[in-house]
Every structure is written in structure tokens, then in C-alpha cells.
Design a protein around this ligand. Structure first.
Ligand code: F6R
Length: 242
């Protein structure tokens, strides 16, 4: 695991460099996209490189990490809509090239199995962008998640619902209770993991991720087992590292 400590703008450039290198080497690359605040500067930088430097996503595909269950198709916080707004609509992905788990499916279990199959059919994810929750979750694999898990339905913890209430007008009742999420084994199947974390609130999660024992109670710690994991953190998020 490599850990880079730098200001947030530099971290975003480094993550964008990784994606750009992959796309220039193989335009058909498969990207893994995260939602939340952590990757926003990366998406801004990729959109800029697309507009100003001709970086193309036209032959690439992308898979999202997770999705809330039950949010209406046009809800602005539905992750598929967030990804559309933050990155997909700003670059030149082909129609239907970006996929997320279907949180509105009648059969959610089947939707999870379909999603796993789609990732495998695409040849797996080449570069997976990740954030980390204050409780150490990656995607929505909350503490206690099986380290061998695949895409499935999960219940969000009270901590994560509180953390995410800011996206729902600070109204906790509006935050969904359930989600579909790639499992930890799904994420570990990606060829390169790039995790971004900034701010003091992430310091304990980053300490556990990098220096803690591998444990389902800090799900991000599974990344210690990955052969190619990059952790990009600012000074505040790195403040508990030894
Ligand atoms: C989102 C996701 C989550 C977030 C995490 C951190 O797709 O998978 O694991 O990465 O909750 O969220 P932010 O970046 O908003 O602090």
C-alpha cells in the first residue's frame, strides 16, 4: 500500500493522472466510480482534462460502487443521478457506459447478482476510486461486513445516515435505510484501488486503514491485502498516522 500525503488539489491531480494514464494506455478501460465528497475534485479535474486536453472516455466503461434503495428515479441524491451530474455528463462516455446497482429493482437480490455478472463480463474494474467513511466503511460495507462479500443489500448504520444527512437538507428521515453495495471482495477484484480522504474527521479511519489490524470492524483495512492500493490523504486525514 502506498500512502501519499499532499494538499487536496494535488491529491485530485494524482488520482486524475492515474485514470488518464490508464485511459491513454487502453481507451477501453473500466473505471470504478465513487460518490460522496471525496472524489469531487478528481471529477472536476477529469472534466477539465476532457474539455481542455482531449482526454476521452468514449470507449471506456464505468461501474459505480453503490446505490441507495428506493430513491425515486429523478431524486437528485440517487447515486446514478449524482454520478451523471458530477462526471458522466461532463465527459464523453457512450450512452449506457456508466452503470450502477439498481436500487429500484423489484428483485434486489437478482439485481445484485446481475451487477456482479456485468462487472465480470466487462473484464473487471481497472482503476477503482474510493472514499472512506468516518466509521471505516468503503462503498457501503459498514463495520461487520464480511471481508469476502460481493454486491448485496445492506442496512446503513446510524453513523453513515447522520454523515449523509447533509445531502438531504440535514433531514435524517429523508436518508434511506438501505443500499446496494459492491462487496469487499468485489472491490478487491479491481486491479488498482485509489482511495482519497481529506479532513480531520477521517483521521481515525485512515489510521485504521493503514496501520490497524485487518478487521471486518474497519472494513477498509482489507485494502492492506491488495497488491496495488494507493491512499491519497491530506495532512488532517493523515494526522493520526504514526
Ligand atoms: C460512496 C461511497 C462511500 C463514501 C464514503 C465517504 O459511493 O462508497 O463509501 O466514499 O461514505 O464519503 P465522503 O466522500 O462524502 O466523505
Amino acid at each position: 500500500m502506498e500512502v501519499v500525503i499532499a494538499p487536496a488539489e494535488e491529491l485530485a491531480r494524482l488520482a486524475a493522472d492515474t485514470i488518464e494514464e490508464r485511459l491513454r494506455a487502453r481507451p477501453e478501460s473500466v473505471l470504478g466510480l465513487a460518490t460522496g465528497s471525496s472524489p469531487l475534485k478528481v471529477y472536476d479535474e477529469l472534466a477539465r482534462r476532457h474539455a481542455e486536453e482531449g482526454l476521452s472516455f468514449a470507449r471506456a466503461r464505468a461501474f459505480m460502487l453503490d446505490e441507495y434503495v428506493g430513491l425515486a428515479a429523478d431524486h437528485p441524491e440517487r447515486y446514478r443521478n449524482v454520478i451523471e451530474k458530477e462526471i458522466a455528463s461532463r465527459v464523453d462516455f457512450a450512452p449506457d457506459a456508466v452503470r450502477g446497482p439498481d436500487g429500484l429493482a423489484d428483485d434486489l437480490v437478482a439485481a445484485c447478482a446481475d451487477y456482479e455478472a456485468a462487472i465480470a463480463d466487462a473484464g473487471g474494474v481497472d482503476v477503482q476510486i474510493l472514499g472512506i467513511g468516518t466509521d471505516g466503511h468503503i462503498a457501503f460495507n459498514e463495520p461487520g461486513s464480511s471481508l469476502a462479500s460481493r454486491t448485496r443489500i445492506k442496512t446503513l448504520t446510524a453513523q453513515t445516515r447522520e454523515d449523509n444527512a447533509r445531502f438531504f437538507g440535514d433531514d435524517l428521515d429523508q436518508v434511506p435505510q438501505h443500499c446496494l453495495t459492491q462487496g469487499l471482495a468485489t472491490i478487491m477484484s479491481a486491479k488498482h484501488l485509489v482511495l482519497l480522504a481529506t479532513g480531520k474527521g477521517k483521521a481515525e479511519a485512515v489510521h485504521q486503514l493503514v496501520e490497524g489490524p485487518i478487521s471486518a470492524m474497519w472494513p477498509g483495512t482489507i485494502m492492506q491485502m491488495h497488491p496495488h492500493a494507493t491512499v491519497l490523504v491530506d495532512d488532517a486525514a493523515a494526522s493520526r498516522l504514526q
